[in-house]
Design a protein around this ligand. Sequence first.
Ligand code: DQA
Length: 148
Amino acid sequence: NSLLVLHGPNLNMLGKREPEIYGRNTLEDVNQALLLLAQELGVKLSCYQSNHEGDLVDAIQDAVDQHQGIVINPGAYTHTSVAIRDAISAVSIPTVEVHLSNIHQREPFRHHSYIAPVAVGQICGFGVNSYYLGLRALVHYLQNVPSD
Ligand code: DQA
């Protein structure tokens, strides 16, 4: 299996950006750890970050025939993007939504996710561990899906 991790806007600033909320690990640290974990779980992994909604839509469309599952932290697009949600629906690739922070504990505008209804599930509030738990959950999910 080959899986894709997508990071949305401002996640390139991880480690520098509001570290009291998002922690001190950089995006590089997170991607390195994800690649190691993928190796351990026996899957291939690609990681991609973009600040642009359309680029993320392109990456989701391009995942067809390349990747069997997606872990996505859509960042602020979680709360605004019908386009990213529609792309996930369009490709029907099992997708796990992750967030560093517990979005349900924060400002009301972060409580709603356009992505959640089209995701296999959502993991939030565990800092960088949300990504690692998300990857584990996705691999587990894919192993249990009958491939008809
Ligand atoms: C985030 C939560 C979003 O509300 C926020 O806009 C982000 C990061 C998280 O990982 O906690 O950019 O997705």
